[in-house]
Design a protein around this ligand. Structure first.
Ligand code: SF4
Length: 414
C-alpha cells in the first residue's frame, strides 16, 4: 500500500443541509434552557423520546454527546476525569467521556457553535435499559450530581421471540412514567399529540431505512462511515418533520448516484458488513483506507439500529414497547446470528468485519463464537479488529490496518 497515494472521500452534497438541520436542533435545545420556555429532558438514545416530545420537552441525548466527544477526538481528555471519581476505564467510554466533560464543564459543541453555552441542565432524566445497564448508571450519576429526578424502563435482555407478556410489562412501565412527566412538564398527557409524535418517528424511521437500503445497489452510493454521520437526525430528531424532510433530500441524492452508478468507493471490488460500534475518532481515516482497498463497507447493525418499523400511532404505548424491545442489542445470540445472515444476503457482502469495542461488550458480537459460526455457515470470511467507540488507547491503527489488509487479500484469493 503506497503511503503517498492520496484518496478522496466523495462528498455527500446533502451534507450542507445536514449541518444546518443539526445546528438547528442544538440551537433549539440551547434556547429552551436559556429562555426557560421549555423543560429539558435527557434521554437515552433508544429511550421513550416520543413520550417526552409529546409533553413538549426539549430532548438531549447524552449518547449523541458521547459520539460528538468521540468524533472530535476529545474523549480521551475527559475519560480520566470520570475514572478519577470512580467510573472505571473498562465501562462505557461514552459514559466516562460525557461525565468527564461535564465535570470539566466543557463541550466541543461550544467550539462548533459560538451561541452554544453548554449542554442545558435537565429537568428530568429518562432511561431505557434495553441497550445496557450503563445508561441507567450514567443518568443516575447526573441525578445525584444535579439533584434531578431519574426515571426509566427496565427492559428484558437477550430476548428470543417477543411475547405479549413482555410487551404488556414494558408498555405498563412506559405508562407509569406519565404522572412524573406531567408534574415536571406542567402539561397534561395528550394522547393525540403522543400519537402524532409516534407517527412522525415511524415516518422518519421508514425514510432512514430507505436511505440505508440504497446501499443494496452496487456500487453502493455511500459507506458505513457516511451513514454514521447521516444518522444524526434519526437519532436526535426522529419525532420531528425536519428529519423526514432531510431524509427525502438525501434519498433523492443517493437514488441519483445509484442511477449514475456513482459509487462512494471508486471501482468497488469488495463489499463488507460492519458489526459493532463505530470507532468515532477514526471514521475519516478508516473511510480513506477502505477506499484505497477498493472495499465498500455497505451496511452495519449500528446504523440499522435506528429503524423502528413497529411504531404504530394507533397503538402508541404497545407499539413503542415493541419497537424499543425488538432492537438487535436486546436480543439473544440466535436472533443476532439470523439477523446478520439476512443482512449479508440483502446487501450481498463478501465479508464481515467485527469490531470488538473494549468498553462496550453489549455491541461486540464476536465474543461467543459468532464469526466462526457465520464463516462456516455462509462460506464468507470475517475479521475482528480490537478498538473502542471513544477510547483510542484501546485501538492500534497499525494492527487494525494490517488485519484489514490481510483480510482483503484473503477475499482476493477466494
Ligand atoms: S450500548 Fe455500549 S456504547 Fe451504548 S451506552 Fe451502552 S455501553 Fe455505552
Amino acid at each position: 500500500m503506497g503511503e503517498e497515494k492520496k484518496v478522496k472521500i466523495k462528498k455527500i452534497q446533502s451534507g450542507g443541509l445536514l449541518k444546518k438541520v443539526m445546528a438547528d436542533y442544538f440551537h433549539d435545545l440551547s434556547d429552551a434552557s436559556k429562555d426557560g420556555s421549555r423543560k429539558v429532558a435527557w434521554c437515552t438514545s433508544v429511550g421513550p423520546a416520543e413520550l417526552l416530545l409529546s409533553f413538549g420537552f426539549a430532548v438531549h441525548y447524552p449518547e449523541n454527546h458521547g459520539a460528538v466527544l468521540g468524533s472530535t477526538r476529545t474523549a480521551n481528555d475527559y475519560i480520566p476525569v470520570a475514572n478519577a471519581v470512580g467510573y472505571s476505564p473498562d465501562i462505557c467510554s461514552y459514559l466516562t467521556s460525557d461525565v468527564g466533560a461535564f465535570i470539566k464543564q466543557e463541550t466541543p459543541l461550544s467550539r462548533a457553535y459560538e451561541w452554544f453555552d453548554g449542554v442545558p441542565k435537565p429537568d428530568i432524566l429518562v432511561y431505557n435499559t434495553n441497550q445496557c445497564r450503563d445508561v441507567e448508571d450514567w443518568l443516575n450519576w447526573y441525578s445525584r450530581e444535579l439533584n434531578v429526578p431519574c426515571i426509566g424502563i427496565s427492559t428484558y435482555r437477550n430476548l428470543g421471540e417477543i411475547r405479549d407478556y413482555h410487551l404488556e410489562g414494558i408498555a405498563g412501565q412506559i405508562k407509569d412514567l406519565v404522572p412524573t412527566l406531567e408534574e415536571i412538564s406542567g402539561n397534561k398527557f395528550d394522547m393525540d399529540k403522543f400519537k402524532s409524535v409516534v407517527a412522525c418517528s415511524r415516518d422518519c424511521t421508514l425514510m432512514w431505512k430507505k436511505v440505508l437500503e440504497a446501499n443494496e445497489n452496487s456500487p453502493a452510493p455511500m459507506t458505513f462511515f457516511d451513514a454514521t454521520i447521516q444518522m444524526g437526525p434519526a437519532v436526535v430528531l426522529r419525532g420531528s418533520e425536519k428529519a423526514i424532510e432531510y431524509y427525502k433530500v438525501l434519498l433523492k441524492e443517493l437514488e441519483d448516484k445509484v442511477a449514475a452508478k456513482d459509487g462512494a468507493v471508486e471501482d468497488e471490488k469488495f463489499r463488507l458488513y460492519w458489526e459493532g460500534m463505530p470507532i468515532w475518532g477514526k471514521l475519516r481515516n478508516l473511510a480513506e483506507f477502505f477506499i484505497e482497498l477498493k472495499t465498500a463497507v455497505v451496511a452495519s447493525t449500528y446504523c440499522n439500529s435506528w429503524i423502528f418499523d413497529s411504531f404504530d400511532p394507533e397503538d402508541p404505548f404497545t407499539s413503542m414497547a415493541r419497537a424499543y424491545s425488538e432492537i438487535f442489542i436486546a436480543r439473544n445470540e440466535q436472533f443476532k446470528q439470523n439477523y446478520i445472515e439476512e443482512m449479508v444476503a440483502k446487501y450481498k457482502v463478501d465479508g464481515i468485519l467485527f469490531h470488538d469495542a473494549k468498553t462496550c461488550p453489549n455491541n461486540s458480537n464476536n465474543r461467543y463464537g459468532m464469526p466462526e459460526r457465520l464463516e462456516k455457515k455462509l462460506g464468507i470470511p470475517s475479521v475482528t479488529i480490537n478498538g473502542d467507540l471513544n477510547d483510542l488507547r484501546c485501538y492500534s491503527e497499525e494492527q487494525a490496518k494490517t488485519n484489514i489488509e490481510a483480510f482483503v487479500e484473503q477475499m482476493e484469493g477466494k
